[in-house]
Design a protein around this ligand. Structure first.
Ligand code: HEC
Length: 172
């Protein structure tokens, strides 16, 4: 949807900039196809929580609390939810088929900080614009979104935090 982004960013900028003066705050919106307006802003708050990118990281938790590493591991190996193993291998001896398109997740927590891992999962294209890794916490600027996912991120903020909490444990 070319043309929808500017109005959305205006919407989010107006609402969130005062709280985070000097930093860039990104938020995205359910109903990205609608014209910008207060209705969109209300939807945005329902769909995604605002987050702040600092350099190549999102230092603060999306939920304000720590996730649960065990639940995070379950998301990562789940072929319906996280689908990470479509592309990644990792320390999952029980999983027979693992991807070969992306680095092994083993050691991911040693190679990146928690905040870097969070941005990578939220929207990897912020780190590498041509990445094939899907943005797990973005709803704008997407194409070919299945009806059941429209206006919703792939993972919830809680699931993102669970996945991050799991990845930081992968230190070797
Ligand atoms: C469609 C393929 C694909 C899927 C699905 C995918 N990734 Fe990735 N991921 C990549 C690729 C490719 C890279 C390497 C960097 C790049 O090209 O963006 C990467 C990089 C990463 C990195 C950094 C690795 C490192 O240590 O350098 C982490 C962490 C990561 N992905 C975690 C995940 C998690 C967790 C999921 C599931 C929630 C996931 N990825 C789903 C393709 C994918």
């Amino acid at each position: 949807m070319a043309g929808s982004r500017p109005s959305l960013e205006k919407c989010s900028a107006e609402r969130f900039r005062p709280a985070f003066a000097g930093a860039t705050v990104f938020t995205a919106v359910a109903g990205a196809v609608l014209a910008g307006g207060t209705a969109d802003c209300a939807l945005a708050e329902a769909a995604l929580r605002p987050y702040m990118i600092v350099g190549d990281a999102i230092p603060a938790s999306l939920t304000g609390t720590h996730g649960d590493p065990e639940r995070g591991r379950a998301v990562v190996v789940n072929r319906q939810v996280g689908l990470c193993l479509l592309c990644h291998t990792g320390p999952f001896p029980e999983e027979r088929f693992q991807g070969t398109l992306a680095p092994d997740l083993k050691g991911a927590g040693a190679r990146a900080t928690e905040g870097q891992l969070r941005l990578r999962i939220v929207d990897a294209s912020r780190i590498k614009p041509d990445t094939i890794m899907p943005p797990y916490y973005r709803v704008d600027g997407l194409e070919r979104v299945a009806p059941s996912f429209q206006g919703k991120p792939i993972l919830t903020a809680e699931q993102i935090e669970d996945v991050v909490a799991y990845l930081v444990t992968l230190r070797e």
